[in-house]
Design a protein around this ligand. Structure first.
Ligand code: CO
Length: 211
């Protein structure tokens, strides 16, 4: 077997031994079911693993990741994850977590074509268009990129709130709370953007479903 893959298998065996040494019942408990409190929607970037950067144990966070943490309303994969998390796992919090240095966001800022990826990146270009005035006014490219990362998280938080079955959940309880965070690759720290959404009044009227 290739050395790189061999390393994963060795890692798995070491991890199992370490976990069992610390908590002999861990795998027995884990096999019985999950009760995560959180749904994490993050970027596929290999440097932003939800459990690792929050020092959270397996079982605590239900996770969906894609390029640049985008909530697309025709994405059956994402919608199914969100639906299952809200109606079956009954998570109390959904966290949209972007990250500074996001390659997807940078690609969307440019005029380069990335082949098939362009179709996905158009969702990000739409975010840019919504905030064009602010973003175009930032001269420094790094600062503009950082701000675009934040504004993308902001729009994706509201994209979740626009989903009718999320609004239906809010009619039954105050949950889920939807949070917008950004991870800083340079420091390892998370930043809360302070844009928590948990009721329809936080949306523009056109997006509020009556029933
Ligand atoms: Co990214």
């Amino acid at each position: 077997m290739a050395k790189t893959i061999q390393k994963l298998w060795e890692g798995n065996r070491k991890w199992v031994e370490r976990v069992k040494a610390q908590d002999p019942e861990f795998f027995i408990r884990s096999s019985k079911g999950q009760q995560p409190t959180f749904l994490w929607i993050g970027c596929s970037d290999s440097r932003v693993p939800a459990l690792t950067i929050t020092d959270a144990p397996p079982g605590s966070i239900f996770v969906h990741r894609n390029i640049a943490n985008v909530v697309v309303h025709t994405d059956a994969n994402l919608l199914s994850v969100v639906y299952y998390a809200v109606y079956y796992l009954k998570v109390k919090h959904i966290i949209v977590c972007g990250h500074y240095g996001c390659g997807g966001v940078q690609a969307a800022m440019s005029n380069k074509s990335f082949g098939f990826l362009d179709n996905w990146l158009l969702h990000l270009k739409d975010v840019y268009r919504l905030h064009e005035e602010e973003l175009d006014s930032i001269q420094d490219e790094q600062q503009r990129w950082d701000r675009f990362v934040e504004l993308n998280v902001y729009e994706q938080v509201f994209n979740l709130a626009k989903i009718s079955f999320i609004q239906s959940a809010w009619k039954q309880s105050e949950y889920p709370y939807i949070h917008g965070w950004v991870y800083d690759l340079k420091t390892g720290y998370l930043k809360d953007l302070g844009i928590t959404v948990h009721n329809v009044e936080q949306l523009r009227t056109i997006f509020q479903y009556a029933e």
